[in-house]
Design a protein around this ligand. Structure first.
Ligand code: ADP
Ligand code: MG
Length: 729
């Protein structure tokens, strides 16, 4: 029965790199041509409208109806002249960046409305059918209606809709009839504005010229690329985005040769192609390289303002999937598509910059600026310490569970890496008690703060195992999942840092009102903070067993299970911090929690079904057929009088029988466990059962299937093997 697997392999092996032509000679000639950016607006709008809209972009001001009409008109002319036939509000519902997300993004063209009639009202607000998007119970409380609203701070852009025409996409927020956020962008924008206010207020102690702080994000995206034919020959990849079976190849990533190797020509063509498309959309993609695992790669853009960077990452992921089609590839963003091989993360490089051009997490050579730097540094560390569990919740998903706390992955412990120099600087801050007695700027010298800058670069970024690492002039949150929407994490990070900076300002004001000297008061507060949060600092190997034990001794959480991690959203501290900072009300947080749980349940449910189907229909049936061949052989040997020689063959027969029996039993039990879970009315209880009882069968079933893969004749094995998916290019 030469099977689908071999046909797929043949197709894959006969493909060659497709030529890609650059849109123009220099990137500057096509960068952002598919976006309605400031430059285009300046050319097409009246000076007044241009001024008002740029103001709205920079300071978040309101846009009047007449200005909106003018912008809509200009946007329409611009889009139509470039081949657009439709327009749509482009938003990020809480489904996340999975296959469903993309339907949601792009299926929302306004039926029947010709683009020529595009008015300011349509630009500013739309009313899609909200009932098709998750709302985590908000639907029960409120009407199913929802609105999308234009976000002028992220440029509208043109997308090829594949059928010859283009669609004008207008980045938007998505809220319920009663104003609750149903998307990622709404709370993200609120968190950014809260952080701006809180950080600016703190900056004022150091520099009166600072009146705006912008959070920045550079999201390094890891992904796998596999041939399309091979992808479709793996029902688990198609259905669940990851392989539920597959024996590790003889040559995995032990040699790390892929990391240093050159990019395979077909993949390179794909990369060049999507990079051109990304640059046309104003996405500043910069670096491309191989990752550690075979078949794994990374793309990194230059950092941007967080809201823009998040939109660009979501758009880039979508773009990559589209362009991959042209090269007969499938892109996998799943956090762990292949067991035993590195997973994919999305490293969120985060910092804050001022209107005066200062990176608040960038060290300086001037002592006074160093104190400002240390102030922001310590406040971020304290925020992460105080809300470590909330940060952990922000990255919780079924896929990321495999990267955090599963067998081979780093533990789900939140810790902060600083590097030797900074750790020493903070230790000095804590231990040098004479500080309080010193006057004036001596403070810097006493603490050695004047020595920090030159050394920082050399001492950071050495530790690749830290989930939250200081890397010279920014923090890099590495525990974010490859398939995640970065907003989830950015909302939490901005919120907790904003809350912490508010606290710092309050603490400092009390002391200043008591007549304390500013610098000394700041140092003293930071000292207290540092004492209270230093247990979160860890410089060692974050993947080691010793760290798990050490973290437990320090009282740091290590929450492995997604449903457990998500529960933290409902803690009174979490609800309180979102509310206090003005990012989300209690109902909104509750609805988000519900949605994340539901997503988790659905993902695990699908995996369990795929696993059961493949195990019985593909694996067991193949194994049993192979047994028939073996039985025939054994019988022939016995007929020939070769009784002893028949024994090893019978051994294989027995082994297969045993393994098949175990698989059958486990699959049946898993189905029962699933039924029990599905019967629960309470989503949290359902999720708990999936996380424990249902998932509890996964490893056992997989173990037997992977053993059978090694026994059954390669000719008969129906599923494309790891070595074929990962190495055939
Ligand atoms: P490397 O880690 O290889 O030294 P970089 O430090 O230049 O490379 O950057 C890694 C990512 O961090 C890139 O996406 C980059 O744009 C981003 N990044 C650099 N500086 C900042 C910053 N101030 N804020 C946010 N992201 C930043
Ligand atoms: Mg990095």
């Amino acid at each position: 029965m030469s099977n689908y697997r071999f046909k797929a392999l043949e197709i894959a092996q006969n493909r060659y790199a497709k030529p890609v032509t650059p849109p123009a000679e220099r990137v500057a000639d096509f960068y952002g041509v598919n976006t309605f950016n400031k430059e285009t607006m300046r050319a097409l709008l009246s000076p007044e409208a241009y001024l008002r809209i740029t103001e709205a972009i920079d300071t978040g001001g309101k846009i009047d109806r007449d200005i909106a009409d003018e912008v809509a008109n200009a946007m329409k002319s611009w889009a139509v002249s470039r081949g657009a036939t439709h327009y749509t509000h482009w938003f990020q519902p809480l489904t996340g960046s999975t296959a469903e997300k993309h339907d949601a993004f792009f299926d929302l063209t306004m039926d029947g409305k010709a683009i020529e009639k595009f008015k300011g009202g349509a630009l500013v607000q739309q009313e899609p059918d909200a009932s098709s998007f998750p709302n985590g119970g908000l639907r029960n409380t409120f009407e199913a209606r929802g609105y999308t609203g234009w976000d002028p701070s992220s440029p509208a852009f043109l997308m090829d809709n594949g059928a010859g025409g283009k669609t004008l996409c207008i980045p938007s927020v998505f809220i319920s009839y009663t104003g609750e956020a149903l998307d990622y962008k709404t709370p993200l924008l609120k968190s950014l504005s809260a952080l701006d206010k809180a950080a600016t207020a703190v900056c004022q102690y150091f520099d009166r010229n600072i009146d705006k702080v912008t959070a920045t994000l550079g999201a390094e995206q890891e992904y796998f690329v596999i041939d399309k034919a091979l992808f479709y020959a793996r029902p688990d990849l198609v259905m669940a985005g990851r392989t539920v079976f597959g024996h590790s190849p003889a040559r995995g990533q032990q040699l790390e040769d892929h990391y240093f190797g050159s990019i395979p020509p077909r993949v390179n063509a794909f990369m060049v192609d999507y990079e051109f498309e990304a640059l046309k959309l104003g996405i500043p993609v910069r670096t491309r390289h191989n990752e550690v695992a075979p078949g794994q790669f990374e793309v990194a853009p230059t950092f941007e303002e967080v809201n823009l960077a998040v939109d660009h990452n979501a758009l880039l992921m979508d773009l990559m999937e589209r362009v991959a089609e042209r090269h007969d590839f499938k892109v996998l963003f799943h956090e762990k598509p292949f067991a035993g091989i590195n997973g994919s993360g999305k490293h969120n490089n985060w910092s804050m910059g001022t209107n005066t051009g200062v990176n608040l997490l960038g060290p300086s050579t001037k002592p006074k600026e160093t104190l400002r730097f240390i102030t922001f540094l310590v406040n971020v560390i304290k925020a992460v310490h105080d809300h470590a569990d909330l940060l952990r919740a922000s990255i919780a998903s079924a896929g990321n569970e495999h990267r955090l706390g599963a067998n081979e992955a780093p533990p789900a412990i939140m810790s902060v890496f600083l590097g030797e120099t900074l750790t020493k600087a903070l230790e000095d801050l804590e231990t040098k008690n004479e500080i309080a007695l010193n006057k004036g700027d001596n403070v810097y010298y006493k603490l050695g703060l004047n020595r920090i800058p030159s050394l920082i670069r050399d001492n950071t970024d050495r530790n690749r195992t830290s989930p939250f690492a200081f890397t010279g002039n920014k923090f890099e949150f590495r525990a974010v999942g490859g398939a995640a929407n970065s907003s989830s994490t950015m909302i939490v990070l901005n919120t907790i840092v904003a809350a912490q900076l508010q606290q710092f300002k309050a603490d400092l004001d009390v002391r200043l009102n008591n007549g304390e000297k500013k610098e000394l008061a700041i140092v003293d507060i930071l000292k207290q903070y540092y004492k209270g949060c230093k247990r979160i600092l860890f410089e060692g190997n974050g993947y080691s067993d010793e760290w798990v034990e050490e973290a437990a001794r320090r009282g740091l959480s290590n929450i492995n299970s997604t449903p457990e991690a998500l529960k933290v959203y409902l803690n009174s501290e979490s609800l309180d911090v979102f509310q206090r900072v003005g990012v989300m009300g209690h109902t909104e947080v509750h609805s988000r929690y519900e949605i994340e749980l539901e997503k988790y349940v659905k993902k695990v449910q699908i995996e369990a079904r795929v696993m059961g189907d493949l195990a019985i229909n593909h694996v067991v049936s193949t194994a049993v057929k192979y047994q028939a061949k073996l039985a025939e052989t054994a019988k022939n040997l016995v007929d020939l009088g070769m009784v002893t020689e028949a024994e090893p063959v019978k051994d294989i027969l027995r082994e297969i029988s045993t393994r098949v029996a175990v698989i059958k039993k486990n699959v049946e039990e898993m189905i029962e466990a699933r039924k029990r879970a599905n019967n629960k009315a309470d989503t949290a209880e359902m999720a708990r059962l999936y996380a424990t009882e249902v998932i509890g069968y996964f490893d056992g079933i997989r173990y037997e299937v992977d053993k059978l893969e090694q026994i059954v004749d390669d000719e008969d094995w129906p599923l494309v093997k790891y070595r074929e998916m990962l190495f055939v290019k």
